[in-house]
Design a binder for this molecule. Sequence first.
Ligand code: HPA
Length: 235
Amino acid sequence: MSIHITAPVGSIAPVVLMPGDPLRAKLIATEFLTDAALVSSTRNIFYYTGLYKGQRISVGASGMGCPSIGIYSYELYSNYDVQHIIRIGTCGAYHNNLQLFDIINVNKAASESTFAKEAWGYAEEVMLPQGNAYTVINETAAARQQAVLDTAVHTSDYFYRANPELPAIAAAHKCEVVEMESFALFANARYLGKSAACLLTVSDIIPTQQKISPDQREQSLLPMIELALEAGIRL
Ligand code: HPA
């Protein structure tokens, strides 16, 4: 057990898929895994372990933002000996060259968050995917002939803000999209010598205010979830 995850040690697989939303973790476990067992539900942050194509894999939520994913990823890596975490989330596109439902394999995360500096002394404002998860995702996508964009992400600490301009950090690092977790996940994996990658589906186009509708949301994330599962069993 760890402070925020009450699964018995040994009940979480070395590969964890990590959506933000606990109900999405439940949906993935129910729809895609066989023999799925709920192994932790502390704070209603659900973790499941089951089989995908016969291989053991876990899925559990990160919650929203760097502080939350910072806690769950740290405890998984250090208390449960997890080797790989693939975050599977949604993002907003800063420009209208991207389209709703595009899938992104994050190649770097830039942030004004103090997480990496204050937690681990990493002063850089860019964190990279760690280990082989990012490469295996790209190889898996190529083998499936599934289109995946290699894109830089802005990991933001805010969802709502007064200024509608492109944030300076996104302009400086040519970030095409924004989400709220990759930077902290990559920083933890770097510090602990583990593997981490992040797949995102574009759920909104910020300049045009186009959005995936609530009833499209579940279906629209399935191609990304399948890619993460297929990559997960190759790790
Ligand atoms: N901002 C931050 N995170 C997000 C967004 C956004 O517009 N869309 C999906 N995740």
